[in-house]
Design a protein around this ligand. Structure first.
Ligand SMILES: Nc1ncnc2c1ncn2[C@@H]1O[C@H](COP(=O)(O)OP(=O)(O)OP(=O)(O)O)[C@@H](O)[C@H]1O
Length: 625
């Protein structure tokens, strides 16, 4: 990441969001080498394993080129017999010399195989460990991020980072890293042999090398942005697929299948097009490299041949040079592909590490717990908050909810009721004022203790794939059967669960699709109740159930509400008439408060809405909506 773009070592949320319109940090100009340095910093704990794997790759490559040298030495034995190079090592007869070479070849091949086995095991295990750690760390970090982060980010893009990008890095470590190291070793080792045998031929054979390396880097610069584009398009594709599959019922009900298939096709085609552009550049490079290498090969072949004929070059050395040019040629042909893999992996690394470095704004700095027993007094003291993206929010809210009492929040849709709940749970921190529980500011309570004390039944019910039992026990995984049933009874869910053939073990399906809306809502209520929280928050918790069930739930809630604080949001006023206090929110402010009777007497917005809901007036007469 270029330091000019961002402030300090960490990425601020705003920067991240601002840059994520197209794809996360597509515009980041960080060079791949910097990304590699960042990865190595992250992988500090793996340094020894990386060094061991690198050493095995190097040794394997040295063993790999040794047989070509031995062939040259063998030719030398055959041609020069008693005057050969090996003869100088005290092996006088040519037969003896060939035998020595054969034994040496045997050990070299065994060594090559052994180190191939070792480097493969080491790199592959490293790839597995690192990808698993990166994915787990990223997931754990993403879980800590603020709600505003998730509102600005599509889950498809996050999944693409945690799956595709992590896999991309795994692929590089699996094979690419070894290939890159071995290309380097081949060039250096072969170069050294060339210079020892004939500096003139070495110079000629190596003339195209700078051109090839320049070409590879030129390609890297060209291909980098193209691969970023490919990554962006795959993110778009994942996002559209995810959205469409979750919204399949809506698509069907609007008979929009053809339109959606068309939209998916369009995104899919842009992905193909992005890949095509990248492929065009990558495919052109390999033939160009091969031509350049051919020049080096022909130089060795021709000039070396001439020199051998004139006797100025040993025949065995000529053989070594010709064979070794092959060893130089093929790895360099693969250089483009390896750099290609490296470039992709580093683009992925950047995205993963950028995500890992997004700072958490709602900091869990305190390790203080709420003093027990929690009385459940809730205070909003001059609380103001605005959402960055919409500017909507709440303004100067002052509310006191005594422990054990029931507070109802009412108001038109979008007036700010759920926002108050989010501030209580510290999904966001207020810009002004503070929220306190039992006199302790929520900022000074650990998030664990705070959220453990609150049972939330939110407007949108989310059930996890699994059984009814697992879903109810989500709030208390160690809950026994009796507590699960008790919570289900209080939430008026037991009758329907009991009637199911598999009872508590009935699978709910993905997001609870196999249950009705009202059943899902009751399970979510039971899930909150099983925590036995001192503060229970019900955001439209009974909006999807029939009137009779709703009345039964109300009775249960009144019963269990005696020893806990209940904050409820409801549009149907009949469900909150018994509340100790009713607060009317309008455009982010408190405009009326009191008991049901007091508010009727005040004859304000609440009274007008009450008349509409009880059939005494028309909807236009009120603003509560
Ligand atoms: N994540 C968000 N980002 C930006 N604006 C938001 C966000 N969530 C809510 N808002 C806006 O803040 C205002 C208050 O929303 P809030 O959800 O608190 O209303 P509400 O009173 O609970 O409404 P409803 O009764 O429909 O649930 C609305 O204008 C809404 O558009």
């Amino acid at each position: 990441m270029s330091s000019g773009n961002f402030h300090g070592p960490y990425l601020r949320l705003q920067d991240f969001v601002a840059y994520s319109d197209r794809y996360i940090l597509l515009t980041s100009t960080t060079h791949s080498v910097q990304a590699l340095a960042r990865l190595l910093r992250y992988a500090k704990g793996y340094r020894r394993r990386i060094l061991a794997a690198t050493a095995c790759s190097i040794i394997n490559k040295l063993f790999d080129i040794a047989p070509e040298i031995l062939i040259g030495v063998a030719i030398d034995v055959v041609v020069n017999k008693e005057d050969s190079f090996v003869a100088r090592l005290n092996f006088t007869t040519p037969e003896e010399q060939i035998l020595v070479l054969a034994i040496l070849t045997f050990f070299i091949w065994v060594g090559e195989s052994l180190f191939e086995y070792l480097y493969k095991i080491l790199w592959r295990n490293l790839a597995q460990r690192l990808q698993a750690d990166l994915r787990q760390d990223t997931y754990e970090h993403v879980q800590q991020l603020d709600m505003s982060f998730f509102e600005s980010k599509s889950s498809g893009h996050l999944v693409a980072i945690m799956n595709d990008d992590v896999n991309q890095l795994e692929r590089f470590l699996d094979g690419g890293a070894n290939a890159l190291i071995q290309v380097g070793v081949a060039v250096i080792a072969v170069g050294a042999v060339f210079f020892i045998l004939s500096p003139l031929i070495a110079l000629l054979a190596f003339t195209p090398v700078p051109l090839i390396i320049w070409g590879a880097f030129f390609f890297q610069r060209k291909a980098g942005p193209l691969y970023n584009d490919v990554r962006e398009k795959v993110g778009d594709l994942a996002s559209r697929l995810g959205n469409n599959l979750s919204g399949i019922a809506t698509i069907k009900s609007f008979t929009a299948e053809a339109r959606e298939a068309e939209r998916l096709k369009a995104v899919s085609e842009t992905y193909v097009e992005a890949n095509r552009r990248a492929i065009r550049v990558s495919s052109a490079f390999i033939p160009v490299i091969r031509m350049a290498i051919l020049v080096g090969f022909l130089a060795t072949f021709t000039i070396g041949g001439m020199m051998a004929l004139q006797g100025s070059l040993n025949v065995g050395a000529y053989g070594v040079l010709v064979f070794l040019t092959q060893r130089l040629l093929w790895p360099l042909t693969g250089l483009a592909e390896v750099i290609d893999l490296f470039e992709r992996a580093m683009a992925s690394t950047r995205r993963i590490l950028d995500l890992l470095e997004v700072t958490v704004e709602v900091q869990d700095v305190s390790n203080r717990s709420l003093a027990t027993p929690v009385r459940g007094e809730v205070h909003f003291q001059g609380v103001s908050f605005r959402y960055a993206s919409s500017g909507a929010g709440v303004e100067n809210i002052n509310l006191s909810v005594p422990g054990g009492s029931t507070l109802a929040l009412v108001g038109a849709t979008g007036s700010g009721k759920s926002t108050l709940i989010k501030l209580l749970l510290r999904f966001y921190d207020p810009h002004e004022g503070q929220v306190c529980i039992d006199g302790q500011p929520v900022r000074e309570i650990s998030l664990y203790s705070l959220r453990q004390a609150i049972g939330l039944v939110s407007q949108e019910v989310y059930l996890f794939e699994g059984s009814i039992r697992n879903n109810i026990a989500y709030g208390r995984p160690d809950a026994d059967e009796e507590s699960i049933i008790k919570a289900a009874i209080t939430a008026e869910a037991w009758n329907f669960i009991h009637a199911l053939p598999q009872g508590l073990d009935t699978p709910v399906g993905e997001r609870g699709v196999r249950l009705s809306g009202g059943q899902r809502q009751r399970l979510s209520l039971a899930r909150a109740l099983i925590k036995n929280p001192p503060i229970l928050v019900l955001d439209e918790a009974t909006s999807a159930v029939d009137n009779e069930t709703e009345a039964a739930i109300q009775r249960s809630l009144q019963r269990i509400g005696h020893d806990r604080t209940v904050i409820m949001i409801a549009h149907r006023l009949s469900t909150i008439v018994y509340a100790d206090r009713i607060v009317v929110i309008h455009q982010g402010r408190v405009i009326e408060h009191g008991t049901h009777a007091e508010l009727l007497e005040a004859n304000g917005r609440y009274a007008a809405q009450w008349r509409v809901q009880t059939g005494l007036a028309k909807a236009e007469d009120t603003l509560l909506g």
